[in-house]
Structure formats: structure tokens, C-alpha cells
Design a protein around this ligand. Structure first.
Ligand SMILES: Nc1nc2c(c(=O)[nH]1)N[C@@H](CN(C=O)c1ccc(C(=O)N[C@@H](CCC(=O)O)C(=O)O)cc1)CN2
Length: 287
């Protein structure tokens, strides 16, 4: 039976560390600041952005929620990004995804100053990640949170087979890069993968971010594997469930994350952690 990774507990510990770092910055007259740009009223995004705001305020981080109607045009959003690029009280700019179709998300990301790019999606930051450059730069907060979980549980990565299911730019791609940079042998699978079960069964570390409820069954998992479920799916019953059939996979895995209470809380805690990183780097001139 697998050990269940308690994402809420780990997030609480990380948030405590972040709070202490915020207090240290306050003694230098610095308050880290984040702005979250929310377009439209997607119910899940409204909840996530509210949770981010609450957490930031609780930790002493300045937080602005900049809302736009769903039919906002590109120029208006780009102007807001430009405004916060030049706002010295803001260290982190986050554009909540998903965005409506009329907006060019890539152009918006590219307009964010790389040293305020909290999601680590600007090509400059992605390039550094893919080049495995040393130094300080932001990386996407969900993969960062997953890495923190793996390190916390002393999961050995070097030489291990890691399979990531789902190749989004927000999770799958940076996750594969981080694991590869940690010397794991990585397979980045997607819905195009011919034999997905073969790819998942070879994994010592399996990260699933496919957005498909219970896609991964017990027979898809190597005995003793570490299974990280990034999926958050709301069933018609209202219940949240992951991409992994937790009930049965926990009998096969050695370590497993639940949904809810696994990766989700770590995403927000990592976001707060990285907001403080950005503030420290900017104020210490370590860009
Ligand atoms: N610009 C970004 N947009 C989005 C990101 C992101 O990292 N950057 N990630 C997701 C949504 N997300 C944060 O924005 C997020 C999702 C879920 C959770 C979370 O704590 N989930 C809880 C359950 C919450 C619930 O009851 O609904 C859990 O898993 O326990 C945090 C953050 C998409 N957009």
C-alpha cells in the first residue's frame, strides 16, 4: 500500500517559510507584490484566483486582482501587462488560464517582463530551463511544487525512468525539463502516444496531467512507482477527482498524491514562494 503524500501539510510548511521570508523583506522596507489578471468568469478560475489572493494576503504579500470581461480585446490586456511591467510594487504578473479564444495568450506571455513572469512561460525563462542554466529564473509553479514534493520524500531521480502524461506548456513540458535536468530519463507522452500503457508501465516516476478522469488504472503502473496526479476533474456529482484511479493505484504504487489535497495546494504555495523569490532577486539585483 502506497504512502499518501499530504500536499496540504507540505503546502502549510512551505507557506510558513514564505511568511518568514516576507517578514525579513519587510524589515528592509520591501513588500513582495503579485497581480493576477483574470479574464471572464470561468467558475474554477474565479475560485483559484480568489484562493491565490487570500493566501497572498495571509502571508503579507501585496495582491491585486485585475479583472476583465470575457470579451476584452488584446490591446487592453497588453496595456495592463505593460502597466504592471513598469509598476515597482509588483514583482509577479500572472495571467490566469484558460483565456478566451479571441486573445493571443502567447503574445500576452511574451509581453511580460521575464523577471516578473511568475508562471515561467516567457521564452527567455523557458529557454533557461531547457538549457538547464544555473542561476535564478522562474519556473511553472505546478511542476515546481511537484519537485518540492519529490525532494521532500527523498525520491531518487537520477537514472530513474520518469513518464509525464500530458504535454501542456504549463505542466507537462516544464515538468519533463525539470525531471530531465535532475538526470531522470524522461518520456513526455500525450494522446498521440501509440502505446501509452507501455510508457506508463516503464515509469519509476509517473506524473499525470492529462485532464482525463481515472485515465491511469492499476495495471498501467509499475509496482513501487511514485505516482503524481496533477489532474483536477469535477464530476457531474460535483466531486473532484484526478487523472489516476487512486483507489486501486494506491495498492501498486509506493508513493501517491491524492486529489484533492495533493498537487493543487502545492501549486499555490509554490506560487507564493516564487513571488518572494522574484522580489528577492529583483531587490538584490540578481537577475
Ligand atoms: N496562469 C496560470 N493559470 C493556471 C494555473 C497556473 O499555474 N498558472 N494552474 C491551474 C489552476 N490553478 C492555479 O491557477 C490551481 C488549481 C487547483 C488548485 C487547488 O488547490 N486545488 C485543490 C482543489 C480545489 C477545489 O476544491 O476546486 C486541490 O487539488 O486540493 C490550485 C491552483 C490552471 N490555470
Amino acid at each position: 500500500m502506497a504512502t499518501v503524500i499530504d500536499g496540504r501539510k507540505l503546502a502549510k510548511e512551505l507557506n510558513q517559510q514564505t511568511k518568514e521570508r516576507v517578514a525579513k523583506l519587510a524589515s528592509r522596507g520591501i513588500q513582495p507584490g503579485i497581480v493576477v489578471i483574470l479574464v471572464g468568469e470561468d467558475p474554477a478560475s474565479v475560485i483559484y484566483t480568489r484562493n491565490k489572493q487570500r493566501k497572498a494576503e495571509k502571508l503579507g504579500i501585496k495582491s491585486i486582482l485585475k479583472k476583465f470581461p470575457a470579451d476584452v480585446d488584446q490591446v487592453t490586456v497588453m496595456a495592463a501587462v505593460d502597466q504592471y511591467n513598469h509598476d515597482d510594487t509588483i514583482d509577479a504578473i500572472l495571467v490566469q488560464e484558460p483565456l478566451p479564444d479571441q486573445l493571443d495568450g502567447q503574445a500576452i506571455t511574451n509581453a511580460i517582463r521575464p523577471d516578473k513572469d511568475i508562471d515561467g512561460l516567457h521564452p527567455t525563462n523557458l529557454g533557461k530551463l531547457y538549457a538547464n542554466q544555473p542561476g535564478n529564473y522562474p519556473v511553472a509553479c505546478t511542476p515546481r511544487g511537484v519537485m518540492t514534493m519529490l525532494h521532500h520524500h527523498h525520491v531518487e531521480l537520477a537514472g530513474k525512468n520518469a513518464t509525464i502524461v500530458g504535454r501542456s506548456i504549463l505542466v507537462g513540458k516544464p515538468m519533463a525539463a525539470l525531471l530531465n535536468n535532475a538526470n531522470a530519463t524522461t518520456t513526455l507522452a500525450s494522446r498521440h502516444t501509440r502505446d501509452l500503457a507501455a510508457a506508463t508501465r516503464q515509469a519509476d516516476i509517473l506524473v499525470v496531467a492529462a485532464g482525463s478522469p481515472h485515465l491511469i488504472k492499476a495495471e498501467d503502473v509499475k509496482p513501487g512507482a511514485v505516482v503524481i496526479d496533477v489532474g483536477i476533474n469535477r464530476l457531474s456529482s460535483g466531486k473532484l477527482t484526478g487523472d489516476v484511479d487512486f483507489e486501486h493505484v494506491q495498492d501498486v504504487a509506493s508513493l501517491i498524491t491524492p486529489v484533492p489535497g495533493g498537487v493543487g495546494p502545492m501549486t499555490i504555495a509554490s506560487l507564493m514562494q516564487q513571488t518572494v523569490d522574484l522580489a528577492e532577486w529583483r531587490h538584490n539585483g540578481q537577475k
